[in-house]
Write a protein of this length. Structure first.
Length: 470
């Protein structure tokens, strides 16, 4: 615990939703929900206007629609958000060499390491300047917490929301956090919170009064002792500048369970391509390919294969994911698929195709083993798979409509830049407006209109960053 509030925590305000409102003038001041729009989708972020209806992140999208039926529901544009996040992280990097990103919209900064603040007045001045710089660079607001520890700085930024700054003076921590819910302490999730509630412990003061011995009895040695220290405000965790990327992965949840084995394989191949694109974007390659399958009964299976060397080649990753799929029984249906790469490196295996061929030869020579290490029998050519009814291929109209996701950017040869409000029945509805403009007009086109094309997002601030539509 530091004697001066020189640890800063920044949390951008309703980041995804705020970015959408800033880029779409007609949505400013209105409820906006960003997330998966299918029956199994969940809310990624809700604007403050939507939160007034009870919508919050991680809520099932169906429930959000019931609470706020008139909100704008948009799919995420992650590359757009990453571009804005890059601008914000660059500003944080100017403050200190010790910046610890937690997500696209959240980070800790050690101001002491940057030599910019030695006391409360200096820390407050840095925090206020940072908020102004972020607004000028991105057009978005962020909330800042300043304290002598990471836990308290994060609590302070939450209290400052939206668009505020709160500094916790050292020595006043117990008074501030004592009446608050035990859930504000890091590591106390819903299950632990409920366990403590049943024991009569609901506030931070209750945790302190219960004492370390009682908490150890309830939660175990490590968790109980750590919780007691946090409740006393004792948090000596440093700001860590480098967080090694452990893996890169992508996954999709399907609106309807997939039964067609060919369709499942095509989805795995598509996910492998997306995973490699993300892998290359981060400047990495990897040795271990991972396949994740969640079946109709919510059981989740994970299979992995380790290559001879790191790769970022889509052919190698796609073929490895296909081999892993052969080890999984998808009878009954699949609701989620994921492909990932771990064992990351910053170099790539030289002879990728030779590597793939060598592994295929090894697969022929050695029995495949399951998670318990037992040999697994592979079906031979004399044992064809049972016939499965084939799904009808999508029509040209269905294929075209998938290009027009709600919220994504488009450009029309005559009307200029706009964004998709919705599509269906062979039509796509577009609102033509840009960041900084007045709310624009709505027009409807055929989904195969040659004058209408997907487009990259426009920067929120002239001269600012942009990104390809996700």
């Amino acid at each position: 615990m530091r004697a001066a509030p020189t640890i800063l925590h920044l949390d951008m305000d309703a980041f995804f939703a705020a970015a959408e409102q800033a880029s779409k003038p007609s949505l400013r001041g209105k409820p906006v929900v960003v997330g998966g729009l299918g029956p199994r989708g969940v809310v990624a972020t809700a604007s403050y206007e939507a939160r007034r209806f009870g919508v919050h992140s991680a809520m099932p999208m169906g429930q959000a629609r019931r609470l706020a039926p008139n909100a704008a529901y948009l799919v995420p544009r992650f590359s757009f958000y990453r571009a804005i996040s890059g601008q914000v992280m660059e500003l944080l990097g100017r403050l200190s060499p010790l910046v610890e990103p937690l997500s696209l919209d959240e980070a800790f900064v050690d101001l002491e390491a940057g030599g910019l603040a030695e006391d409360s007045a200096g820390a407050r001045a840095v925090g206020e300047r940072l908020r102004r710089d972020i607004l000028a660079a991105t057009g978005l607001t962020g909330s800042v917490g300043l304290a002598g520890s990471k836990m308290l700085a994060k609590i302070a930024s939450e209290e400052a929301k939206p668009d505020g700054l709160l500094l916790i003076e050292p020595g006043t921590e117990r008074e501030l956090i004592g009446p608050r819910s035990v859930r504000i302490i890091p590591g106390v999730g819903p299950a632990t919170g409920e366990h403590l509630r049943r024991a009569g412990i609901t506030t931070v003061t209750d945790v302190v009064e219960a004492g370390e011995d009682e908490l150890v009895r309830l939660l175990g040695r490590a968790h109980g002792a750590g919780l007691h220290r946090m409740a006393l405000g004792r948090d000596d965790r440093p700001v860590v500048a480098e967080r090694d990327t452990k893996s890169v992965s992508v996954e999709d949840t399907f609106d309807v369970d997939l039964h067609d084995r060919l369709r499942i394989r095509l989805e795995v191949e598509r996910l492998a391509e997306r995973c490699v694109a993300r892998l290359r974007g981060s400047g990495h390659s990897g040795r271990t390919i991972v396949l994740k399958v969640r079946r109709y009964d919510f059981s989740t299976l994970t299979r992995s294969e380790t290559l001879r060397g790191p790769t970022d080649d889509p052919v190698v990753v796609r073929e490895a994911a296909g081999r892993l799929l052969d080890l999984v029984d998808t009878t009954g249906g699949v609701r989620l698929l994921g492909v990932g790469v771990s064992g990351l490196a910053d170099f790539t295996q030289e002879d990728l195709f030779a590597q793939a061929e060598a592994q295929a030869a090894e697969a022929d020579a050695e029995p495949v083993r399951d998670e318990g290490g037992e040999p697994r029998q592979s079906p031979g050519p004399a044992e064809p798979a049972a016939a499965v009814p084939q799904a009808a291929p999508p029509t040209a109209t269905e294929t075209a409509e998938r290009r027009w996701a709600p919220g994504h950017d488009v450009r029309h040869a005559v009307h200029g830049a706009g964004w998709v409000q919705g599509s269906g029945l062979g039509r796509v509805t577009v609102r033509f407006e840009e960041p900084g403009s007045e709310p624009g007009r709505v027009r409807t086109f055929s989904v195969d209109d040659p004058d209408l094309t997907p487009s990259d997002p426009l920067p929120l601030v002239p001269g600012g960053a942009t990104g390809a539509a996700a």
